[in-house]
Design a protein around this ligand. Structure first.
Ligand SMILES: [Zn+2]
Length: 245
Protein backbone atom coordinates (compact mmCIF):
# COMPACT_ATOMS: atom_id res chain seq x y z
CA UNK A 1 0.00 0.00 0.00
CA UNK A 2 1.30 3.41 -0.97
CA UNK A 3 0.15 6.83 0.25
CA UNK A 4 1.03 10.01 -1.65
CA UNK A 5 0.50 13.43 -0.07
CA UNK A 6 -1.40 15.73 -2.44
CA UNK A 7 -1.65 18.59 0.03
CA UNK A 8 -0.64 19.42 3.58
CA UNK A 9 -2.03 22.87 4.45
CA UNK A 10 -4.92 23.81 6.68
CA UNK A 11 -7.40 26.52 5.75
CA UNK A 12 -5.76 27.84 2.55
CA UNK A 13 -2.70 26.68 0.62
CA UNK A 14 0.70 28.27 1.07
CA UNK A 15 2.29 29.24 -2.28
CA UNK A 16 3.31 26.07 -4.13
CA UNK A 17 1.39 23.84 -1.75
CA UNK A 18 -2.19 22.55 -1.51
CA UNK A 19 -4.80 21.85 1.16
CA UNK A 20 -5.89 18.41 2.40
CA UNK A 21 -5.56 15.44 0.04
CA UNK A 22 -4.02 11.95 -0.07
CA UNK A 23 -3.89 9.31 -2.77
CA UNK A 24 -3.95 5.74 -1.42
CA UNK A 25 -2.96 2.98 -3.84
CA UNK A 26 -3.24 -0.75 -3.19
CA UNK A 27 -3.33 -3.63 -5.65
CA UNK A 28 -3.90 -1.26 -8.57
CA UNK A 29 -6.89 0.41 -6.85
CA UNK A 30 -6.67 4.18 -6.42
CA UNK A 31 -8.59 5.88 -3.65
CA UNK A 32 -8.33 9.58 -2.91
CA UNK A 33 -9.03 10.98 0.56
CA UNK A 34 -10.05 14.64 0.56
CA UNK A 35 -9.65 17.09 -2.32
CA UNK A 36 -8.91 20.52 -0.87
CA UNK A 37 -7.68 23.62 -2.72
CA UNK A 38 -4.91 22.83 -5.19
CA UNK A 39 -4.93 19.04 -4.86
CA UNK A 40 -6.46 18.34 -8.28
CA UNK A 41 -3.43 19.22 -10.46
CA UNK A 42 -1.28 16.99 -8.26
CA UNK A 43 -3.83 14.18 -8.49
CA UNK A 44 -4.02 14.51 -12.28
CA UNK A 45 -0.24 14.20 -12.53
CA UNK A 46 -0.59 10.75 -10.93
CA UNK A 47 -4.02 9.76 -12.29
CA UNK A 48 -4.44 11.26 -15.79
CA UNK A 49 -8.02 12.13 -16.77
CA UNK A 50 -9.10 11.78 -13.15
CA UNK A 51 -8.90 8.01 -13.39
CA UNK A 52 -9.35 7.19 -9.71
CA UNK A 53 -11.48 4.33 -8.41
CA UNK A 54 -13.04 5.91 -5.31
CA UNK A 55 -13.18 9.19 -3.40
CA UNK A 56 -13.59 9.68 0.34
CA UNK A 57 -14.26 13.16 1.76
CA UNK A 58 -14.11 13.83 5.50
CA UNK A 59 -16.23 17.00 5.66
CA UNK A 60 -17.67 19.87 3.75
CA UNK A 61 -15.06 22.54 4.46
CA UNK A 62 -13.61 23.84 1.21
CA UNK A 63 -10.00 23.10 2.27
CA UNK A 64 -11.04 19.42 2.19
CA UNK A 65 -13.47 19.13 -0.71
CA UNK A 66 -13.59 22.05 -3.16
CA UNK A 67 -11.47 20.31 -5.83
CA UNK A 68 -14.13 17.61 -6.02
CA UNK A 69 -15.86 20.06 -8.34
CA UNK A 70 -12.74 20.00 -10.53
CA UNK A 71 -12.64 16.19 -10.53
CA UNK A 72 -16.32 16.20 -11.51
CA UNK A 73 -15.46 18.45 -14.47
CA UNK A 74 -12.52 16.28 -15.55
CA UNK A 75 -14.66 13.17 -15.47
CA UNK A 76 -17.55 14.88 -17.27
CA UNK A 77 -15.79 16.96 -19.92
CA UNK A 78 -12.50 15.05 -20.17
CA UNK A 79 -11.12 12.70 -22.75
CA UNK A 80 -13.03 9.55 -22.03
CA UNK A 81 -16.32 8.49 -20.53
CA UNK A 82 -16.21 7.06 -17.04
CA UNK A 83 -18.56 4.84 -15.12
CA UNK A 84 -19.67 6.30 -11.78
CA UNK A 85 -17.29 5.66 -8.91
CA UNK A 86 -18.03 5.55 -5.17
CA UNK A 87 -17.95 8.85 -3.29
CA UNK A 88 -18.05 8.32 0.47
CA UNK A 89 -18.86 11.47 2.45
CA UNK A 90 -20.90 12.90 5.31
CA UNK A 91 -23.96 15.09 4.74
CA UNK A 92 -23.29 18.46 3.15
CA UNK A 93 -20.43 17.56 0.80
CA UNK A 94 -22.49 16.62 -2.26
CA UNK A 95 -24.81 19.56 -1.60
CA UNK A 96 -21.88 21.98 -1.51
CA UNK A 97 -20.42 20.74 -4.80
CA UNK A 98 -23.84 20.76 -6.46
CA UNK A 99 -24.33 24.35 -5.26
CA UNK A 100 -21.07 25.37 -6.95
CA UNK A 101 -22.33 24.03 -10.26
CA UNK A 102 -25.79 22.50 -10.67
CA UNK A 103 -25.02 20.64 -13.94
CA UNK A 104 -23.90 17.93 -14.11
CA UNK A 105 -25.15 16.73 -10.75
CA UNK A 106 -22.55 15.03 -8.63
CA UNK A 107 -24.77 11.93 -8.48
CA UNK A 108 -24.48 11.53 -12.26
CA UNK A 109 -20.77 10.78 -11.97
CA UNK A 110 -20.45 9.41 -8.44
CA UNK A 111 -22.30 6.80 -6.40
CA UNK A 112 -22.71 8.74 -3.17
CA UNK A 113 -22.41 6.51 -0.08
CA UNK A 114 -23.08 7.91 3.41
CA UNK A 115 -20.55 8.36 6.20
CA UNK A 116 -20.26 7.68 9.09
CA UNK A 117 -20.59 3.95 8.46
CA UNK A 118 -18.65 1.06 6.95
CA UNK A 119 -18.37 0.23 3.25
CA UNK A 120 -16.39 -2.26 1.17
CA UNK A 121 -14.65 -0.33 -1.61
CA UNK A 122 -12.29 -2.27 -3.88
CA UNK A 123 -9.66 -3.92 -1.64
CA UNK A 124 -10.50 -1.64 1.30
CA UNK A 125 -12.89 -1.75 4.17
CA UNK A 126 -13.63 1.93 4.71
CA UNK A 127 -14.93 2.81 8.14
CA UNK A 128 -15.99 6.35 8.99
CA UNK A 129 -16.23 7.55 12.61
CA UNK A 130 -17.76 10.92 13.48
CA UNK A 131 -15.32 13.28 15.19
CA UNK A 132 -15.83 16.76 16.70
CA UNK A 133 -15.48 19.72 14.31
CA UNK A 134 -17.39 22.87 13.27
CA UNK A 135 -19.39 20.74 10.81
CA UNK A 136 -19.90 16.96 10.64
CA UNK A 137 -16.43 15.46 10.17
CA UNK A 138 -15.69 11.78 9.71
CA UNK A 139 -12.37 10.16 10.60
CA UNK A 140 -11.46 7.44 8.10
CA UNK A 141 -10.02 3.99 8.82
CA UNK A 142 -8.92 2.09 5.70
CA UNK A 143 -8.21 -1.59 6.24
CA UNK A 144 -6.95 -4.35 3.96
CA UNK A 145 -5.99 -7.90 4.96
CA UNK A 146 -2.57 -6.72 6.13
CA UNK A 147 -2.51 -2.95 6.49
CA UNK A 148 -4.45 -0.16 8.18
CA UNK A 149 -4.31 3.58 7.47
CA UNK A 150 -6.27 6.02 9.61
CA UNK A 151 -6.94 9.71 8.91
CA UNK A 152 -8.55 12.25 11.19
CA UNK A 153 -9.74 14.73 8.60
CA UNK A 154 -10.12 17.79 10.80
CA UNK A 155 -10.96 17.16 14.46
CA UNK A 156 -10.80 18.35 18.02
CA UNK A 157 -9.72 16.09 20.87
CA UNK A 158 -11.87 12.96 21.22
CA UNK A 159 -11.54 9.55 22.88
CA UNK A 160 -12.63 8.12 19.53
CA UNK A 161 -9.18 9.02 18.15
CA UNK A 162 -7.84 5.95 19.99
CA UNK A 163 -10.27 3.63 18.26
CA UNK A 164 -9.83 5.30 14.88
CA UNK A 165 -6.05 4.80 14.84
CA UNK A 166 -5.73 1.66 16.93
CA UNK A 167 -2.52 -0.21 15.90
CA UNK A 168 -2.62 1.54 12.51
CA UNK A 169 0.40 1.14 10.24
CA UNK A 170 0.01 4.83 9.46
CA UNK A 171 -1.97 7.44 11.37
CA UNK A 172 -2.47 10.67 9.43
CA UNK A 173 -3.41 13.33 11.97
CA UNK A 174 -4.20 17.00 11.65
CA UNK A 175 -1.66 19.05 13.57
CA UNK A 176 -3.14 22.45 12.88
CA UNK A 177 -1.95 24.28 15.98
CA UNK A 178 1.34 24.74 17.80
CA UNK A 179 -0.38 25.73 21.05
CA UNK A 180 -3.31 24.38 22.98
CA UNK A 181 -5.95 27.01 23.77
CA UNK A 182 -8.22 26.40 26.76
CA UNK A 183 -11.75 25.17 26.27
CA UNK A 184 -13.46 23.00 23.68
CA UNK A 185 -11.71 22.92 20.33
CA UNK A 186 -12.39 21.61 16.87
CA UNK A 187 -8.76 21.20 15.74
CA UNK A 188 -5.68 19.50 17.22
CA UNK A 189 -2.22 20.70 18.13
CA UNK A 190 0.92 18.83 17.04
CA UNK A 191 1.58 17.80 20.65
CA UNK A 192 -1.93 16.36 20.94
CA UNK A 193 -1.46 14.44 17.69
CA UNK A 194 1.59 12.81 19.28
CA UNK A 195 -0.35 11.98 22.43
CA UNK A 196 -3.30 10.43 20.62
CA UNK A 197 -1.08 8.45 18.24
CA UNK A 198 0.72 7.00 21.25
CA UNK A 199 -2.53 6.06 22.95
CA UNK A 200 -3.74 4.43 19.72
CA UNK A 201 -0.53 2.41 19.38
CA UNK A 202 -0.02 3.64 15.81
CA UNK A 203 3.22 2.48 14.14
CA UNK A 204 3.79 5.63 12.10
CA UNK A 205 2.48 9.16 12.54
CA UNK A 206 2.14 11.55 9.61
CA UNK A 207 1.41 15.11 10.76
CA UNK A 208 -0.59 17.21 8.32
CA UNK A 209 -3.02 20.14 8.01
CA UNK A 210 -0.46 22.70 9.12
CA UNK A 211 -1.72 26.23 9.62
CA UNK A 212 -0.18 28.40 6.85
CA UNK A 213 3.09 29.91 8.01
CA UNK A 214 3.71 27.41 10.80
CA UNK A 215 7.28 26.09 11.00
CA UNK A 216 6.77 22.35 10.46
CA UNK A 217 10.02 21.55 12.23
CA UNK A 218 8.48 23.00 15.39
CA UNK A 219 5.36 20.84 14.91
CA UNK A 220 7.55 17.74 14.52
CA UNK A 221 9.48 18.52 17.70
CA UNK A 222 6.27 19.12 19.63
CA UNK A 223 4.78 15.79 18.49
CA UNK A 224 8.06 13.94 19.14
CA UNK A 225 7.84 14.85 22.82
CA UNK A 226 4.81 12.57 23.04
CA UNK A 227 5.38 9.91 20.37
CA UNK A 228 8.25 7.41 19.97
CA UNK A 229 7.33 5.77 16.63
CA UNK A 230 8.26 6.82 13.10
CA UNK A 231 7.23 10.46 12.76
CA UNK A 232 6.86 12.43 9.52
CA UNK A 233 5.57 15.81 8.38
CA UNK A 234 3.33 15.77 5.31
CA UNK A 235 4.86 17.49 2.29
CA UNK A 236 3.38 17.74 -1.20
CA UNK A 237 4.61 14.72 -3.18
CA UNK A 238 5.80 12.76 -0.13
CA UNK A 239 5.22 9.02 -0.64
CA UNK A 240 4.80 6.66 2.32
CA UNK A 241 5.19 3.05 1.18
CA UNK A 242 3.72 0.53 3.62
CA UNK A 243 4.94 -2.44 1.61
CA UNK A 244 3.53 -4.84 -0.93
CA UNK A 245 0.97 -6.60 1.20
ZN1 LIG B 1 -12.48 21.72 8.64
Amino acid sequence: MKITVLGSCAAWPEPGRACAGFLVEHGGFRLVMDLGFGTLPRLLALCPNGSVDAVVVTHRHSDHCVDLNGLLRVRHYGERAHDPIPLLCPPGVAELVDALEPEPRLAELFDVLPLPGTHKVGPFEVRGIELPHHVPNVGIRLTTAHRTVAYTGDTGPSEDLVELGRSADLYIMDATLQHQPDGPRTVLSAAEAGQWATRAGARRLLLTHFWPGNDRGVSLRQAAEHYDGELMAADEGLVVDLGRR
